[in-house]
Design a binder for this molecule. Structure first.
Ligand SMILES: Cc1cc2nc3c(=O)[nH]c(=O)nc-3n(C[C@H](O)[C@H](O)[C@H](O)COP(=O)(O)OP(=O)(O)OC[C@H]3O[C@@H](n4cnc5c(N)ncnc54)[C@H](O)[C@@H]3O)c2cc1C
Length: 538
């Protein structure tokens, strides 16, 4: 049973929540409660890097949201929006790619008026977050909670991808998180000795025995409790019962970019008309809640392979993996010790750009619809996905009803801005140029998508929309700033309210150019410093 009174209540035990739980409980001076709607993260499937696909089907560990359907996207089907639902959140079910983004992303946040959020301000937190197996230097840490390791590659196709990129004229890099992000190469991963290193593994587990930290799973926050403008606690639903917990200092929302704005709205904080439309009594008018949604929209080139040394989800293909299952069980090595995607890159679609505007994820298999298209995956092939790194379109998260157990309504508003369409098409063209290079000559079968008939921009875009996907980086729905649509200030305090902050991917004013797990953990590291009294800061 949780106590009913704490100094800090953290809602959501994901990437950000686990960092906060560790840092806020470290001094022993504060009573901290971490609430998580999902279960404990004890299944070996979470720690096994190669078990990624399992979570795309698991209602137990994944919120399994869908976006609103659009007639021209995926033939009118909704786009799948997976979100982690267990300790570790997204970091427990993600592809473990360790990326920080480009320095210009954070400098842009600072230029918008957010003091202390420039790249040079955040670099110390990135270093504090990681233990890089290559050791520390001016860009990398060697003693942080998250272990970052090099790729262990078992597929010749990945090497071919790097060779092909070089042949096509692109630079090769061995560190996307160093001085220069641009290039093609192998990613690094949040994996330690063949096991996933989620925020729960890195930050929460070492702190769980602290007497001043309670971790409560299967506890879904249904409302923030207010006295006037002051957040004083949280109402939760646990084992079918409603309970109230009191927060003497602060309530910290770390429920992720879909669920944090949802909880604010359920609690009466949001745009007046949206709240009224969902039958919720307003507590505080804040028009930006749920707005400004950004995601890395992606599509892919799918190529049949003439050889059978990639991954296939056919009976024969799976039987061929059996030795790797045993190898993993006994030694934590083999194909299951690696992520589903290993090689990729950050490229510019125009040479005059300050930073890469597309990211590539190469996979030695035919991968579409978040790995849920098993029929496709049973065939022999390879894929390269390209995403728009800084989308200009903005979507929104709203509610259909005041029911806390109903999913949020997610409108990704894809391609509202024409530049996003252009960037995606150019990204697909870059991918095609790599896959056409000589290194793939003895692998290259027919192109399945966009397909040989898709030549003009319009044809490529139409096929890209049919295979449209996400890189699962929703953000921006409680943006940091000072304009009227900002939800939190640059200390992440909800504007116009007291004792309430949002600390997760929602606060990004603009989506960073890269995968978001490390940036979110760094947001939480900085938030912990902002929350704690100056004498307690590390
Ligand atoms: C399938 C997938 C693959 C990804 N791959 C990568 C990758 O390879 N590399 C990378 O850098 N990033 C990746 N990401 C993105 C990255 O993991 C996320 O950006 C990051 O985890 C977000 O952290 P967060 O703290 O904002 O939210 P989350 O980590 O999602 O945490 C939110 C937590 O709050 C809980 N919660 C929600 N509502 C409530 C409530 N009402 N009450 C109590 N608890 C609640 C949730 O269950 C969850 O545990 C991936 C994400 C997904 C989903």
């Amino acid at each position: 049973m949780p106590e009913s009174r704490y100094d800090y209540i953290i809602v959501g035990g994901g990437s950000a929540g686990c960092v906060l739980a560790n840092r806020l409980s470290a001094s022993g001076k504060h009573r901290v409660c971490l609430l998580e709607a999902g279960p404990e993260d004890r299944t070996p499937l979470i720690s096994t890097p190669g078990a990624f696909a399992y979570f795309m089907f698991s209602r137990k560990y994944n919120w399994m949201f869908d976006s609103e359907a659009k007639p021209d996207i995926r033939n009118g089907q909704p786009v799948f929006c997976p979100q982690g639902k267990t300790l570790g959140g997204g970091s427990a079910i993600n592809a473990m790619v360790y990326i920080r983004g480009h320095r210009c992303d954070y400098n842009h946040w600072a230029a918008l008026g957010n003091r202390g959020w420039g790249y040079d301000d955040l670099l110390p937190y990135f270093r504090k977050n990681e233990t890089n197996e290559r050791g520390g230097n001016e860009y990398h840490g060697d003693s942080g909670p998250i272990y970052v390791s090099d790729c262990r590659n078992y597929y010749p196709l990945n090497d071919r991808f790097l060779q092909a990129a070089e042949q096509a004229g692109f630079p090769i890099t061995d560190d996307f998180n160093g001085a220069d992000q641009e290039g093609v190469g192998y990613y690094q991963f949040t994996i330690r000795e063949g096991k996933r290193c989620s925020a729960s593994h890195g930050y929460l587990r070492p702190a769980r025995s602290r007497p001043n930290l309670d971790v409560v799973c299967h506890a879904q926050a249904t409302r923030i409790l207010f006295e006037g403008r002051h957040a004083v606690g949280v109402e939760i639903s646990r084992r079918g019962k409603t309970e109230s917990l009191q927060a003497d200092r602060e309530v910290l929302l770390s429920a992720g970019a879909y669920n944090s704005p949802k909880l604010l709205m359920l609690s009466g904080v949001g745009a007046g008309d949206t709240l009224a439309g969902s039958g919720i009594s307003p507590v505080h008018e804040l028009p930006g809640v749920g707005e400004n949604l950004q995601e890395h929209v992606d599509s892919c080139v799918l190529q049949y392979s003439l050889r059978n040394d990639g991954f296939r989800a056919s009976l024969g293909g799976l039987l061929g993996q059996a030795p790797h299952l045993f190898r993993y069980l006994f030694t934590k090595t083999g194909k299951l010790e690696s992520s589903v995607t290993q090689a990729g890159g950050f490229l510019k679609t125009r040479p005059d750009l300050e930073a890469p505007d597309v990211q590539l994820h190469f996979l030695p298999l035919l991968y579409d619809d978040s790995g849920r298209d098993l029929k496709l995956m049973a065939r022999s092939g390879y894929s390269c996905h390209a995403c728009v790194l800084r989308p200009k379109s903005r979507g929104r998260v709203t509610l259909d009803s005041p029911d806390p157990f109903a999913p949020p309504r997610i409108d990704l508003n894809f391609f509202d801005h024409p530049d996003d369409r252009k960037t995606l098409v150019e990204g697909i063209r870059l991918v095609r140029s790599i896959l056409a290079a000589p290194a793939f000559d003895d692998y290259r079968g027919a192109e399945l998508n966009p397909g040989p008939d898709a030549k003009s921009d319009e044809e490529i875009l139409a096929r890209a929309k049919e295979r449209l996907g996400l890189v699962y980086h929703p953000s921006g729905t409680c943006k940091m700033g000072s304009d009227e649509m900002a939800v939190v200030d640059d200390e992440l305090r909800v504007r116009g309210l007291e004792s309430l902050r949002v600390v997760d991917a929602s606060i990004m004013p603009t989506l960073i150019g890269g995968n978001t797990n490390a940036p979110v953990m760094v947001i939480a590291e900085k938030a912990a410093d902002l929350i704690l009294a100056p004498q307690e800061r590390l």
